[in-house]
Each structure stands twice: as C-alpha cells, then as structure tokens.
Design a protein around this ligand. Structure first.
Ligand SMILES: CC(C)(COP(=O)(O)OP(=O)(O)OC[C@H]1O[C@@H](n2cnc3c(N)ncnc32)[C@H](O)[C@@H]1OP(=O)(O)O)[C@@H](O)C(=O)NCCC(=O)NCCS
Length: 190
C-alpha cells in the first residue's frame, strides 16, 4: 500500500471536470476562494488575498504531496482547464488504510454538481488504487450544501463529533465496496 501517493496518470476525469495538480496559473481561483466568507475559515486559503500569499498557498499543495500528507487536487474545467475548486485526499497518519477528504468550489462554480463529481472520483480512485478502505468527511452541522454533497457521493452520517480548530464537526463515512467473492458452500454444488 503506497504511503506517498502520486497523482494518477492519466488524470481522473468525469463529466465537466478533470482533477489535476495545482499550478501557478490557478491563482485566479485562489483569489476568488479567498473572498468567500467561509473557505478561509476552514482552510489555509489566504485572506486577505495577495498574489504572494496565493502563490505560497499553491506551492504548499505541492509540498504536501512531497511530504506524503496526501493529494490536493485542483478541480478544473475539462474543456478549458480553468481551475474551479479543490478536492483533497488526506491520508490518516495512524491508520494506514484510512483517509479523509476535503473540498471547496469557487462561488462562481457552484450549483452544477461539480463537488459531487470530484468527491466521487477521488473516493472511487482511493478505494480502487490506493488501498484505502474507509474515507471520512468532517462537516459543520449547519453546512447543508456540503452534507448534501457527501450524501450524493455515497457517504453516510457516522456517530460522534470531531473537534477541529475549535469547531464541532459531524462525521460522514464511506467504506470501500465489499469485494466478497461468492463460493458454493460445498465445492461443485450450487
Ligand atoms: C460545499 C460546496 C463544495 C458545494 O458546492 P456545489 O457542489 O456546487 O453544491 P450545490 O450548489 O450543487 O449544492 C449541493 C446540494 O446541496 C443543496 N444545497 C445547497 N445549498 C443548500 C442549503 N443552504 N440548504 C440546503 N441544501 C442546500 C443543493 O440543492 C444541492 O442539492 P441537490 O444535489 O439535491 O440538488 C460549496 O458550497 C462550497 O465550496 N462551500 C464552501 C466550502 C465548503 O463548505 N466546503 C466543504 C467543507 S466540509
């Protein structure tokens, strides 16, 4: 099971999006995200924004990959390659086969189901190719849009809350598909 993940090649893609590494040309979406009232509160997206801080944020995404923390994908338009948001797979340091996802979209990209598509792509790939057996999302109870995204991507609410940076967060989980191979109880008889 790999502990340092690499971006899949060819990149994950479905519908209108492709998931690829962050690059300096994505600064515009970081600037838009920094003006969102919520994203800077729950991420390291800089607010107030400056090009220098935005470029440092993009550089940090590459550093996280190199450090083996996980894979922060840029959610980009499949036709134009324009960056529209973020969807990450963060490995759990203590449990080799567990990981957490996080996501945001620029306000101008919302309302088209892109987050569901991105999260589903990342989850399916993590289960199929990264040895992950359980994924977790941490969502503020009042974040109705994110809860809906989680449910549509196959996550279900789990018991217990988590506290992160002083916020009480609800847990949503999705397990890897069960790959049980059916065999007859008595060989040769069905
Ligand atoms: C969460 C987020 C990625 C969702 O973006 P999106 O995929 O474009 O979401 P949509 O606008 O398509 O809404 C997703 C679903 O939630 C519903 N929804 C949206 N806002 C809602 C609200 N305030 N109350 C109830 N439902 C809401 C939509 O109707 C949609 O439901 P449907 O799929 O049944 O039609 C986006 O809102 C965002 O980036 N928010 C800020 C960052 C954030 O919260 N990230 C997640 C942290 S856990």
């Amino acid at each position: 099971m790999p502990r340092v993940l690499a971006y899949p090649a060819p990149p994950l893609t479905a519908g209108r999006i492709v998931l690829r590494p962050w690059q300096e040309g994505d600064l515009v979406v970081v600037a838009e995200a920094s003006r969102d009232p919520y994203i800077p509160q729950i991420t390291t997206v800089p607010a107030p924004y400056s090009d220098e801080a935005g470029l440092a944020w993009i550089a940090r995404q590459g550093e996280r990959v190199a450090a083996g923390v996980g894979l922060p994908f840029c959610v980009a338009d499949a036709a134009t390659d324009r960056a529209r948001g973020f969807c990450a797979l963060w490995l759990d340091e203590r449990h080799r086969a567990r990981a957490r996802c996080g996501y945001w979209l620029a306000p101008s990209a919302r309302g088209h189901g892109l987050a569901v598509t991105a999260l589903t792509l990342v989850a399916d790939w993590a289960f199929a190719s990264c040895g992950i057996v359980r994924l977790e999302l941490l969502i503020e109870p009042q974040n109705a849009a994110s809860r809906r995204v989680a449910e549509r991507a196959g996550f279900v609410p789990a018991a217990g809350m988590r506290e992160l940076h002083g916020r009480a967060l609800s847990r949503f989980v999705r397990a890897a598909p069960h790959r049980k191979v059916w065999r007859p109880a008595v060989p040769g008889r069905v």
